[in-house]
Design a protein around this ligand. Structure first.
Ligand SMILES: Cc1cc2nc3c(=O)[nH]c(=O)nc-3n(C[C@H](O)[C@H](O)[C@H](O)COP(=O)(O)O)c2cc1C
Length: 162
């Protein structure tokens, strides 16, 4: 293991796939976040949009990591973009634990052409230090593999510098 933690939320599987690929490439620990809210179907979609716009958060279900969050060399956070923001599930995690994270990187997945890179700055508001690397991926897009590889290159550079 590389002392890297990949922690993510995924409603419909796209962030999950991206984070599984990244965790495998880095030999990293992979942990999925959930809350207790029904987020499937049309009503679930609506709920996600409302939660995101209002910045409302619901308690996370219990999750376990092998080490304390502050002890990882890098924590990579993966989230879908919801209404131009990070998912409310990731926001809940960041509110509770963000201040423990000095070395973070972000993977956001999105449905539109626009990269929604301002989500990175929004997430930085919760962490002890700003991100060291980030990627915005759109499933099925021509640039998906390129940007994922570029993210892995940035991460490897960060890891080798320390
Ligand atoms: C409630 C909701 C709001 C969304 N808002 C945006 C958005 O503002 N911009 C965008 O590019 N994609 C948006 N999407 C699309 C998702 O970000 C995209 O499909 C993502 O890859 C889904 O990841 P997941 O499969 O891991 O849940 C939204 C999806 C949902 C459910």
């Amino acid at each position: 293991m590389s002392n890297v933690l990949c922690l993510y939320y995924s409603r419909s599987g796209k962030t999950k796939k991206a984070m599984e690929e990244i965790a495998q490439a880095l030999d990293a620990e992979l942990v999925e976040l959930h809350d207790d809210v029904e987020r499937s179907g049309w009503l679930g979609w609506l709920r996600c949009g409302m939660d995101s716009m209002r910045k409302t958060t619901q308690p996370l279900t219990a999750f376990e990591t092998e080490m304390r969050l502050q002890d990882y060399k890098l924590v990579i956070l993966g989230t879908p973009v919801w209404a131009g923001r990070c998912s409310s599930v990731m926001r809940t995690f960041l509110k509770a634990h963000g201040r423990k994270l000095e070395r973070v990187a972000y993977v956001v997945t999105r449905g539109s052409d626009g990269k929604n890179e301002d989500v990175y700055d929004q997430m930085d508001l919760y962490t002890a230090r700003p991100r060291l690397a980030a990627a915005s991926l759109r499933s099925g897009s021509v640039g998906y593999t390129f940007w994922q590889e570029e993210f892995l290159r940035q991460v490897r550079e960060v890891l080798s510098a320390n």
